[in-house]
Write a protein that binds this ligand. Structure first.
Ligand SMILES: *Cc1c(COP(=O)(O)O)cnc(C)c1O
Length: 380
């Protein structure tokens, strides 16, 4: 039996044991600074893994989104389309640049940006303002790839660049190609709760070399090439440290194992609830979609559970020392974002009302996930 005093976490860091050799190397060479050989090494590992030519590691996924917007020339007053159903870090950098987020709701299959609604939003913004939105921030939430063919086709038709927020989707693919490599720019996060971690960090990838070069330049205080400190651009300190990158290198060695484990958790939960009518999981709509299943997420339909709702389950699990979380609260409902334009169909609001993220850490034991599933069953 599980010791119920020990909390079961939603998504905890999971070291491989291979990290220390990179960190020790950094210490023995006194490479205890930003950038350095581990950072270049991690960039190479990511390039190889996702199949892209260019990668710049940064201090966070948020920093990567911010720089992506700057690279695309987003300025004061420009409109930037963004998935409404996401974490606030997808949208905050739009406001850092004093641009205007325009939120687009989800479709029901992948829970990501609805292509039809994207088209409506673009056409409506052009009609209303006379200007085209300047970029689209497309999120692959919980590791599930968005409907990329449809979304990319619309973006191409209107010639609007896509920034792919693949913070939660490292290791996910669509038609065999890695999430993050479909747009002009893609970003990943290595925050502590993501599928792999550098304790905190991110990466920006692009098929365009100049984007990654300029990202590095801006992230390192935008220093012109001169013997003195000279600046022609506003710079940022968004570098990744060589120590963090050492953790990342050790984590990249086991990324595929981590994906396999999280997918196993999903399969386990799904089969545990096949006979429960009122429980529905977010699952791959077809073989084109390969999710890393960063978090297993479900919907509770109280009309089929004799009234038991998401909150009953969440609070019941909390009392059993199991950490779960409601799905992301859509951006158009957030106090800080609710006055911005939004194109809605009710999907993300329903997901927010009925959805729950289950413990999905790759270091969760079989006993622990049995305990989670049995606790939910007894609540139902
Ligand atoms: C975690 C996350 C980010 C931000 O990444 P950080 O590395 O934490 O800054 C952005 N978007 C989404 C969807 C995320 O889940």
């Amino acid at each position: 039996m599980v010791n119920t005093k020990e909390k079961i976490w939603l998504s905890s860091p999971h070291m491989s044991g291979k990290e220390m050799k990179y960190i020790e190397e950094a210490f023995s060479n006194n490479h205890v600074f930003p950038l350095g050989p581990n950072v270049s090494g991690l960039e190479n590992d990511i390039k190889y893994y996702v199949g892209t030519d260019n990668c710049t590691c940064l201090s966070s996924g948020t920093a990567a989104i911010h720089l992506a917007l700057i690279l695309l020339g987003i300025k004061h007053g420009d409109e930037v389309i963004c998935s409404s159903f996401t974490f606030s870090a997808s949208a905050n950098p739009i406001v850092y640049e004093k641009a205007i987020p325009v939120f687009v709701d989800s479709e029901e299959e992948t829970w990501n940006m609805d292509p039809q609604l994207l088209r409506v939003a673009i056409e409506n913004r052009i009609n209303n303002t006379g200007n085209k939105p300047k970029a689209i921030i497309l999120v692959h939430l919980y590791g599930m790839p968005a409907k990329l063919d449809e979304l990319v086709a619309i973006a191409n038709e209107f010639e609007i660049p896509i920034i792919e927020d693949a913070a939660e989707a490292l290791g996910s693919t669509y038609k065999g190609r890695h999430c993050g490599t479909f747009g002009e720019i893609g970003i990943y996060s290595f925050n502590g709760n993501k599928i792999i971690t550098t304790s905190g960090g991110g990466a920006l990838v692009s098929y365009k070399k100049e984007y990654c070069q300029k990202a590095l330049f801006l992230a390192t205080q935008a220093r012109d090439s001169a013997p003195h400190y000279q600046h022609s651009y506003i710079g940022y300190n968004y570098r990744m440290s060589n120590i963090s990158a050492g953790i990342g290198r050790g984590q990249m060695e086991v990324l595929d194992e981590r994906v396999t484990k999280r997918r196993e958790h999903f399969d386990f939960y799904k089969s545990a609830f096949t006979s429960f009518d009122g429980i529905e999981f977010l699952q791959e709509p077809s073989a084109d979609f390969f999710s890393n299943h960063w978090l297993t997420t479900l919907l509770v339909h109280p009309e089929k559970t004799r009234g038991i709702n998401r909150e009953n389950i969440r609070l019941g699990l909390e009392a059993n020392q199991v950490e779960t979380r409601p799905l992301w609260k859509p951006m158009h409902l957030q106090p800080i974002f609710k006055h911005y334009p939004a194109y809605l169909n009710g999907v993300s609001e329903r997901l927010f009302e009925n959805g729950l993220c289950l413990p999905s850490s790759s270091n969760m034991t079989d006993d622990e996930r049995d305990y989670v599933a049995n606790s939910i069953k007894s609540l139902l």
